[in-house]
Design a protein around this ligand. Structure first.
Ligand code: ADP
Length: 494
């Protein structure tokens, strides 16, 4: 058996390669940022070739850092920013347009038109019932369509089988295998609006609706599977979208297990086992990464989480670094009745209000910098609590404990406050690079590097556990204040 699993982690702003050893420890990692292209307000693109070049560089550098060679690598795992769309020429491997990034809103009108049409035909539930998603520009389908509409001759070429579509995982697999394998995994496929999460196949009716030829689509495999041999002579055996990979990396293998990531945005995800639970309260139903039988997840995304702390640092300039927010928050007894609702780009789950914008409420003459910092940190927890509330509604039972990761999970004040207002146990593992670890686990389980999920669980070391310590009355008061603040934001957006 070889020494390491190599994970390629394709993020939104950077690409990273990490080496993971038998004990599930990261022995080396290397990161390279790539360009964010903003051709118009609200539009976001990446150069897919630049991502591949950055990927190759990080592979070289990480091996150098570890003093390792390809001979030491057992297998490759891939995790990626989801939904981002690449279309390329099957013969030359050249993308015909930049990658359209998940954040890009250019196809919002297209989606609005489609929704109006479906509503008119009494088919409002067609897309949610098949895909588990809401029709939104966020997902891949309308992005593919935009490329086919705007690159000359593309639609014809696509119909003739000359063009291929892929999310970033598929693009990396294609390049890693020298153009031999065109494949994705269930978790990534389930974010396209084209994949039926019940039949586990591309859906003919949706392909027709979005006018996308099926010959463009990749083969869909389990997240732990044979994705072909890379030109480095190392097989690729694990692939999952970033949030699903982090759920797996947190060892949330069982039905009811929940993780929350406090990164730039916030992502709460629950493993719902073999059952796809249809949300009545604004959450998405999606595929979880699985090794045997299909597993599903419920997901709620918060648009602004850790980035609210960046805002305190970069725009308000009232802190010099994100970690400093903890000390500032603890320097006051409470938030002094201040609420910050960081709806900078609208409100995500469960409110879904595109027009909402941020507000600071409850300011008095005595309000200080520290109150605003504390209220901003608390807003990350309130937003997560709202998503937990939606999960409770969908499941008919409450969530008792969650695992956390992401940059802001290092903030003890924030995590304790989460535990307090949500009345839940919160576990923070020592290793919070769970996205990269998840893909390594998926790859290593397939190749036999690790024998079982139980073995993976034995790697899990807890850094800190947080238990609720606030009185019920106080929790009730605080949440009632937050609810009023969100109402104000929604009112202002009308
Ligand atoms: P991403 O993977 O989305 O780029 P990360 O998981 O690296 O994000 O988290 C980065 C975010 O976490 C930043 O927005 C930063 O402001 C926030 N952050 C990092 N450390 C802290 C901290 N100690 N307290 C609060 N926020 C933090």
């Amino acid at each position: 058996m070889k020494k390491y699993i190599m994970t390629m982690d394709e993020g939104t702003t950077s690409t990273r390669t990490i080496l993971v050893d038998h004990d599930g420890q990261i022995v080396a990692q290397y990161n390279k940022e790539f360009e964010q292209i903003f051709p118009q307000p609200g539009w976001v693109e990446h150069n897919a070739k630049e991502i591949w070049e950055a990927q190759k560089e990080t592979i070289k550098e990480v091996l150098k850092e570890a003093g390792a060679s390809f001979d030491d690598i057992e297998t490759i795992g891939i995790t990626n920013q989801r939904e981002t769309t690449v279309v390329w020429d099957k013969e030359t491997g050249e993308p015909i347009y930049n990658a359209i990034v998940w954040q890009c809103r250019r196809t919002s009108d297209m989606v609005d038109e489609l929704v109006a049409k479906l509503d008119g035909e009494g088919k409002s539930d067609l897309i949610p019932s098949k895909t588990g998603l809401k029709p939104d520009a966020y997902f891949s389908a309308t992005k593919i369509n935009w490329i086919l509409d705007h690159v000359k001759g593309a639609r014809e070429r696509a119909k003739n089988g000359e063009l291929l579509f892929g999310t970033i995982d598929t693009w990396i697999i294609w390049n890693l295998t020298g153009g031999k394998v065109h494949a994705t995994d269930y978790t990534n496929a389930s974010r396209t609006l084209l994949f039926n999460i019940h039949t586990l196949d591309w859906d003919e009716e949706l392909l027709e609706l979005f006018d996308i030829p099926s010959c463009m689509l990749p083969e869909v495999k389990k997240s732990s599977d044979d994705f072909g041999m890379s030109t480095y002579g190392i097989p690729i055996t694990g692939v999952a979208g970033d949030q699903q990979s982090s759920l797996f990396g947190q060892c949330c293998f069982d039905k009811g297990d929940v993780k929350n990531t406090y990164g730039t945005g916030g992502f709460l995800m629950m493993n719902t086992g073999s059952e796809p639970i249809k949300s009545k309260s604004g959450l998405l139903t999606t595929m979880a990464a699985f090794t045997d039988e299909p597993e599903y997840a419920l997901e709620g995304s918060v648009f602004v989480s850790g980035s609210a702390i960046q805002w305190l640092r970069d725009e308000l300039k009232i802190i010099d670094s994100a970690p400093e927010s903890e000390e500032a928050a603890l320097s006051v007894e409470d938030s002094g009745g201040v609420y910050v609702v960081p709806a900078f780009t609208g409100l995500g789950a469960p409110h879904w209000n595109q027009d909402a914008r941020g507000m600071i409420l409850g300011i008095t003459r005595g309000t200080s910098r520290n109150h605003i910092i504390r209220a901003t940190l608390e807003s990350l927890a309130y937003q997560t609590n709202d998503v937990l509330g939606a999960m409770k509604e969908d499941l008919g039972e409450s969530v008792d404990d969650i695992n956390v990761d992401g940059g802001a999970s290092q903030n003890n004040y924030l995590v304790q406050f989460q535990s307090d207002i949500s009345g839940i146990e919160v576990v923070r593992p020592k290793l919070t690079e769970t996205t990269g670890i998840g893909a390594a686990y998926l790859a290593g389980l397939y190749s036999g590097f690790w024998k079982s999920k139980e073995e993976l669980k034995s790697h899990m070391e807890i850094d800190k556990e947080f238990t609720p310590s606030m009185s019920d009355d106080e929790v009730k008061d605080l949440i009632s204040g937050w609810n009023k603040a969100v109402k104000c934001v929604e009112e202002f957006a009308k």
